[in-house]
Design a protein around this ligand. Sequence first.
Ligand code: MLT
Length: 306
Amino acid sequence: MSKHTVVVCDHIHESGLEILKTTSDINYVYAADIDKIALLDVIKDADVCITRSSTDVDQKFLDAATNLKAVVRAGVGYDNVDMEGCSKQGVIAMNVPTANTLAATELTMTHMLSCMRKMPYAHAQLKDQRIWKREDWYGQELFGKKLGVIGFGNIGHRVALRAKGFEMNVVTYDPYIDSSKATDLDVTYTTNFDDILDCDIITIHTPKNEETLGMISEEEIAKMKDGVILINCARGGLYDEKALFNNLQSGKIAMAGIDVFNKEPAIDNPLLDLPNIIVTAHLGANTVESQLKIATQAAENAIEAA
Ligand code: MLT
């Protein structure tokens, strides 16, 4: 029996690896721990590659993977996949669109609450410095605050629902939905982006594309309230990073909770040096529940496509 080669390019949950290992006509190659240059050699014989957001499926990747039939994104976003290049080469791209919805939603709420109470900083003061100084940590409450949700899809609308649970006033901007999707949930729907800029806290839940990249820049931030809080658990660069840096530094933006960066891994990003930002390393999809579902579905997709 001729075997089909599936290369796993990024870390996925064991459940998906197990499916691949135990499928008799699949030759399974685990390449998540090698560097991306060495990966180009490994994917030469791949029929299917499984990737998360750490592997760019760019022209170099496609040139190397001459046998490739399909790319399976173990996640939702295609922004790191050269879709035009794939289609020219006859490579189909498949994603796992909804399995990480709850994980990303809950990380957004985590960032929001952490920013309000400066949680990691308060934690570090006591744990690392052994200082008990309650007067340093007067936070703010979500109750009664106005939350602007940009993008009211799978994740945005769930964030809004949870924010309603905290008795926040929620307003959303999403030109691609019917307004009733928001108003049915008692969320204010606006077509005027300035209504979002007028909020106390703003969170973004759009894909990354030409329309959304840098959609919050100096100009938009200038219109925001002094002391606004910005959250981004969607895609890096939706908030222009230089503008974000300048306005966190000046204090115009009081705090930001940022999970995603324009260039990842973001270990040298100047945003990391600021005292009023809470950062995580693109963990939006990183729950056991979500990764189990994603890896299982990604493996099943890969086997079907191989
Ligand atoms: C997604 O697109 O679903 C995630 O960014 C995938 C990931 O966590 O790598």
